[in-house]
Each structure stands twice: as structure tokens, then as C-alpha cells.
Design a protein around this ligand. Sequence first.
Ligand code: SF4
Ligand code: SF4
Length: 375
Amino acid sequence: MPDLTPNIGAHVSIEKSSLQQVLDVLKTMGYSLVGPTLGEGAIVYDDIDGIDDLPRGWTDRQDAATYQLQKRGDDSYFGYVVGPQSWKKYLYPPSYRLGTVERKNGSYSSTPNDEEAPRYALIGVRACELKAITIQDNVFLGGDYQAPCYKSRRQSAFVLAVNCTEPGGTCFCTSMDAGPQVGPGFDLALTELDDVFVVEIGSDIARHVMSEIPWQPSGAFELQAARRAIASAETRMGRQLDTSDLPDLLYNNLDHPRWDDVAQRCLSCTNCTLVCPTCFCSDVLEISDLTGQKVDRVRVWDSCFSLEFSHVHGGNIRPATRSRYRQWLTHKFASWIDQFGSSGCVGCGRCITWCPVGIDVTEEVAAIRMEGPQQ
Ligand code: SF4
Ligand code: SF4
């Protein structure tokens, strides 16, 4: 074995079975491993102990309102796309206690939640998902006010990313400049070949991890095979989205009849926002115990599709499904750019796959584009 510690930016190759040693090193460093597993009829993120928990030999077929697990004809560890869940469930939990207020001896005391954040190693983060994490970084950490819960989880997370070689039927990450090759922000990035993983080193922590396991510098043949696999994925995206003039297109069509058309189909079920890796709307609940002496203040995920979300003093500002769908789509592809400097969509396709009536954002935007600005 050559030099024991590869440099940042180096590509090295490891036997596929050595991925277990990578995970073991992460465990000894105190990380909790979370990654893809088979569960609930889909590939979902859960606690994992090792490579035997990964959905080896499985893939997923996806289309609008369609998701089906299928066996592959090989033993790929990462031969699937993305499931219904995203990593935001770990970095921005669906339910999080912000603090507690207690009444004792006639006075009140308030204590913020100061529990130590878990240290997650996120195993199998796809390119679109890493881009989604960087978008949420900007939302939660980029302004004057930062979310401490997100910050502590994010700063202590280890990201083991995987380049996509198997795009799904609803993917359009290439249109959103979010894949299939992972961008900046990973610790390790794998490309799965038949016999080996080609591993790119992205951080000093990753250098330390790799110093503990056997590796070889990747050869020209392996590097070329990895590049080809990613380039092939780029040509096989299930969907495309023309993003030229997108904010203007939407802003100039706020009264387009397509909003009525989609409102006839949309159930306002909130699925698209809950599966979306960048959506971040929340509500704050106050939940008292049975004695009424203690109240937990809890932040929970909410959705711009829920009627109560738009209820402000004096009434509801988006009482119709038409206005709620328009708000969601226009925020994702237009006002998000004004607000945060980037699109709010990474083209992961989840909102298309998991919409129970198969509403497809790429189709809705294309319909507005085809039918042109309304007078
Ligand atoms: S809007 Fe849809 S395709 Fe875009 S990031 Fe969200 S779930 Fe993925
Ligand atoms: S677009 Fe689909 S997933 Fe989203 S709220 Fe409407 S019906 Fe539900």
C-alpha cells in the first residue's frame, strides 16, 4: 500500500467489502450511521450497522404517482435512485422540542432544549440530496438568524456521498445543475463500479478515515469507467425542465388558466412538500402535560398546502388550492431565487413520484411555457 493518507481531491479505489471497514471506522469515531434500507415497501433512511443493511441488489422504478421496488440482476449496493425520505429528517427533524415552560410554586421557569446533537454519518447521499443540504444550509444558516438545532446537527455530520449511475424515471437533476455527479460539500464520494468503489476524498476527516483502511490509487481504467458511468446517467434522466427565464415566466403568468387546471387535480395533501428535500415550512405547537403544569414548545414540519398554514390575523390569504399550488411552484422556481439566491428545486423528482395524483412540476411549468403569457 502506498502513502497511508490520501490527499483531499485524490481518487482511490477500495474493494467493495472494504466499505464495511469505512463504516466501522466512522462508528469508532462516534458517528451514528444512517443510510438506505429496505422498509415499508420502499428504500428508506434508517439506522444501519453495516453494509449488510444496505439494499444490495435492489432498485426502484419510478414515474408519476408510481414507485416499485425490483430486484436487480446484480449485487450493486447503490443501484437505486432516491426514496420518499430525504436527509432533512435527520438535520431538520419533523418534530423537535424547542424548550419547556414549567409552573412551580406560583412562578414560571423556561428552559431551552440543550440536548447534545446526534453526530450522524449520512451514508449514500446522492448529488441532488447534497445540493438540497447546501440549499437548506443557506436557509437555516445563511442569514442574520440561524437555527441552532440545524447548525449543531449539520456541523457534526459526516457526508458519505454516492455519484448517481442509475437515474430514475422522475429525475431531472441535470436541468437543475444538481447532479448526477456530487458537488462540493462531501467528506467521501463513491462511484460504484462492478468490482470496486472509486472514492474521492473531500475533507481532512475523510483522510483520517481512509488512513485506517486498505486502498490503492485509482488506475486510469477505473477513473474512466467511473466518468463514463456518471456521463451515461446524465443522458438517461427521466424528465427535463427548461429553466430559461423561469422566474419571469412564472411571475408573468400569475393568472394563467393552468393554475385552475392543476387545482382541479391537486388534493392539497401536502405530500410534495413533505418529501421535498428543501421544503422547510414549520409550525410551533405548545403541548401541555395532563396536569397543566408543564408545556413543551415543539416545532413540527408544516406545509404551504395546509389550509391553516396561510391563516393570518383577519383570515386566510390562500384559501383556494389554486393559490396554494401557485405559491408552492412559484416559490420553488422563482421567489426562492429572490430570497436565497438559488432555485429551491434540485430535480430529485420526489414530488412527482409521491404525488398521489401524479402532478408533475416539469409538466406544469412546460404547460405554462407552451401556452405563453396571458394577457
Ligand atoms: S420540488 Fe420536487 S423535484 Fe424539486 S427538490 Fe422538491 S421534491 Fe425534488
Ligand atoms: S401537488 Fe400532489 S402531492 Fe402536492 S399537494 Fe397536490 S396532490 Fe398532494
